[in-house]
Design a protein around this ligand. Structure first.
Ligand code: PLP
Length: 371
């Protein structure tokens, strides 16, 4: 039996009858740019994430970029983030002209190691972008305390972590900005690309809304240089129909993680994902195990050969990416990020996974480890 890493077709079957008539209505109206659907989604997702404002944008990547633009971060500035994340986190920093400054991860949670942040702060540092990787909150209380002490802005990369909580509070609403992605593989995905910036400050919310539409307010008057970072009404409509299902899907992901925990209990040669004490709601965007003793690639190949979907997030840490060579980082500089890149393996955890499929995934991993 083939088991995909992600199966969105099953989800579509469930929501089809809710989504398609609504999309047909929207097409009949031919009103695709911003408008009431986007505004309703902004209200609903701000409420869901316990934030005051939401600004629908074209992607999670643009959510990060526009947040930095709203702070006028650019050439000569430094922004601290993790080298073990999706490219967009650091890509957005470079797009503004600022320099990404990497701080290694904590090997247990894969999130930025807060104990190492202060040593990376200079007179040029303007912001910190913590990433809530795989759906688990970074230690926001510690990060916010450091930011406050040094006068820095915090932009949360919550692209993998919608609805996750840090000590009972939802991520995305804790820093000055919180960035969400609706890329199809995220916990709340649309039918293409989409994203949102959350924030709690009215003047920041106004700046975001203007920047996303070419810095234009009123029409054809530009006092800021923005761009087209708009979210389509079609995507907002899909997301409004999916949002009521999100908590059920999250519970199913959490159940899958618990089941894997039981199925893998006592297996030698691997480490299961662990939850930090501050992580009061892990939303399980990815279920990532560590394969020890240099055997990750062998298990990865074996799973592929057995027809089981799996992936490595991420095989090359950002400080070793060719496009960032000019930053001058060397191999060995962030040992935990480099070790994670060599040891981690993501297994299927999508909500519709059956017990039989989970058993097959676990049994195959165990067999490959013993072989
Ligand atoms: C997906 C993702 C992004 C980018 O989101 P897009 O909507 O694909 O642009 C940024 N950061 C992280 C950690 C992500 O997982």
């Amino acid at each position: 039996m083939q088991i995909p890493l992600l199966d969105l077709k099953q989800q579509f079957e469930v929501i089809k009858d809710e989504v398609m008539p609504s999309l047909a209505e929207l097409c009949a109206s031919q009103r695709f740019i911003l408008g009431p659907k986007v505004e309703e989604l902004e209200r609903r997702l701000a409420e869901y994430s316990q934030a005051a404002y939401g600004c629908g944008v074209s992607s999670g990547s643009d959510a990060l970029l526009i947040s930095l633009m709203a702070e006028k971060i650019g050439a000569g500035d430094e922004v601290i983030t993790s080298p073990y994340t999706f490219f967009a986190t650091a890509g957005a920093i470079c797009r503004t002209g600022a320099r990404p400054v990497f701080v290694d991860i904590d090997p247990v949670t894969y999130n930025i190691d807060v104990a190492q942040i202060e040593a990376a702060i200079t007179s040029k540092t303007r912001a910190i972008i913590p990433v809530h990787l795989y759906g688990q909150a970074a230690d926001m209380d510690a990060i916010l305390a450091i930011a406050k002490k040094h006068g820095l802005v915090v932009v949360e990369d919550a692209c993998q972590a919608i609805g996750a909580e840090c000590r009972g509070r939802r991520v995305g609403a804790l820093g000055e900005y919180g960035c969400l992605s609706f890329f199809p593989s995220k916990n709340l995905g649309c039918f293409g690309d989409g994203g949102m910036v959350l924030c709690n400050d009215e003047s920041r919310a106004k700046t975001l809304a203007i920047l996303r539409n070419h810095g234009m307010a009123p029409q054809y008057h530009h006092h800021l240089i923005g761009s087209n970072f708009r979210l389509d009404a079609i995507q907002a409509d899909v997301l409004l129909k999916k949002l009521p299902h999100l908590d059920d899907w999250t519970v199913a992901r959490q159940q899958n993680a618990d089941d894997y925990g039981r199925l893998f209990a006592g297996t030698a040669g691997l480490e299961l994902p662990q939850e930090a004490s501050w992580s009061t709601r892990h939303v399980r965007n990815q279920y990532v195990i560590r394969i020890l003793d240099g055997r990750r690639d062998q298990v990865w190949d074996g799973l592929k050969a057995a027809g089981i979907g799996c992936a490595v997030y991420y095989p090359v840490p950002l400080h070793l990416q060719e496009c960032f060579a000019s930053l001058g980082y060397r191999k060995g500089e962030f040992p935990e990020s480099e070790r994670a890149a060599q040891e981690t393996l993501a297994l299927p955890i999508f909500p519709e996974l059956t017990m039989e499929q989970k058993e097959q995934v676990a049994a195959t991993v165990v067999r490959l480890l013993q072989g």
